[in-house]
Design a protein around this ligand. Structure first.
Ligand code: FES
Length: 350
């Protein structure tokens, strides 16, 4: 499941000045591997100056179509996103892992789903919009922030869906760097705006889920308002958007004891060690021991490295992705975990 596969770029389309859409042609023999759920992402691997880099991009087209589409927005000096804009041709092969990710949606009927997105955060949200519209009779309220109309990603696809489903899809666009007539929609999505939206538009609705994707600041502000209105935390889901190369606040620590780690992955169990004083997470030490582990951001954001802690205790340095229910079930991020006990058992399969 965590192997990389070579797939062909079937089409490259310019979305905005600094973003392209890649359509990937999934060969018939990989189809069963490349099944995905709305909200999941692909992890790409590339060798740059002899070093392996990994980058994740959310899938935005309807789940389990024949091809997969990802949108890659250029980030200054991005080792993957810059060449992705112009150095690849249709027919080139890229190496990619099967879809993963836990920011997913399975819609119910007769409900409303409330989606907040900013910038590239629209990509997993777009997959969810398709999912609700194609596989339920529920409604969607989308609140979508960008700097300008021109930089708004996937606006044509959203307009087409709005035409197709005028009564089930409501979209409110916010612009932070361009004048807009209605004051509510001028500027970034923030707590004050969300409070107004909640009072005017959401309070009366039967909402089955809130899904938020964008920068951490937006997610925090939306969540704080939802908490003030006593919205049940279990229906709020979020994925923080991390620009390529962006580093989250990094807490650095070292292991405080020698620890033996057993890891099960794709049915194979391996053992490795972390020594006291080593500045290595469970993931780093496994990679040093040449054990193939799934990961992408190494920053606690993408959850590609999520595994279940079966035995022992760890300290997680950062967690920007696991929700409370996942923590309660014993899931941890191996890229952020240091051992706290002499024996650690982790499992990627269960
Ligand atoms: S690799 Fe992204 S959260 Fe661990």
């Amino acid at each position: 499941m965590y192997e990389f596969h070579k797939v062909k770029i079937k089409n490259i389309q310019q979305e905005t000045n600094d973003a392209v859409i890649w359509t990937l042609d999934i060969p018939v023999h990989f189809k069963s591997t490349f099944i995905w759920q709305a909200g999941q992402h692909l992890t790409f691997i590339k060798i740059v100056n002899g070093e392996e880099i990994r980058r994740s991009y959310s899938i935005f087209n309807p789940a389990n179509e024949d091809d997969i589409q990802v949108l890659i927005k250029k980030v200054e000096d991005g080792l993957f996103s810059v060449p992705a804009q112009s150095e690849y041709q249709v027919g080139d092969k890229v190496e990619v892992m099967a879809p993963t990710g836990h920011f997913i949606m399975v819609p119910q009927d007769d409900k409303t789903y409330v989606l907040f997105a900013a910038g590239s955060g629209i990509t997993p949200i777009m997959g969810m919009i398709h999912e609700v519209l194609n596989n339920s009779n529920s409604h969607i309220n989308l609140y979508y922030g960008n700097s300008t109309v021109e930089s708004t990603l996937l606006k044509t696809q959203l307009a087409d869906l709005k035409d197709q489903y005028p009564n089930r899809l409501s979209i409110s666009y916010f612009l932070s760097q361009e004048p807009i007539d209605v004051e509510l929609y001028a500027g970034r999505i923030n707590a004050e705006k969300v409070t107004k939206i909640f009072n005017n538009e959401l309070q009366q609705l039967d909402i089955a889920g809130y899904f938020l994707c964008g920068p951490g600041g937006m997610i925090d502000e939306v969540k704080s308002v939802l908490a003030e209105f006593d919205v049940d935390k279990s229906i709020i889901h979020s994925e923080q958007f991390l620009s390529e190369g962006q580093v989250m606040s990094e807490k650095k620590k070292t292991a405080t004891l020698d620890s033996g780690v057993m890891v099960t992955i794709d049915g194979v169990t391996s053992r490795y060690e972390i020594k006291e004083g080593e500045d290595k997470t469970l993931l780093d030490a496994a990679l040093d021991a040449k054990i193939k582990m799934p990961y992408s951001c190494k920053a606690g954001v993408c959850a590609t490295c999520r595994c279940r802690l079966v035995e022992g205790e760890v300290e997680m340095l950062n967690n920007y992705s696991l929700e409370d229910w996942e923590l309660e079930k014993g899931y941890v991020l191996s890229c952020q975990s240091l051992p706290k006990t002499k024996k650690i058992v982790i499992d990627y399969d269960g």
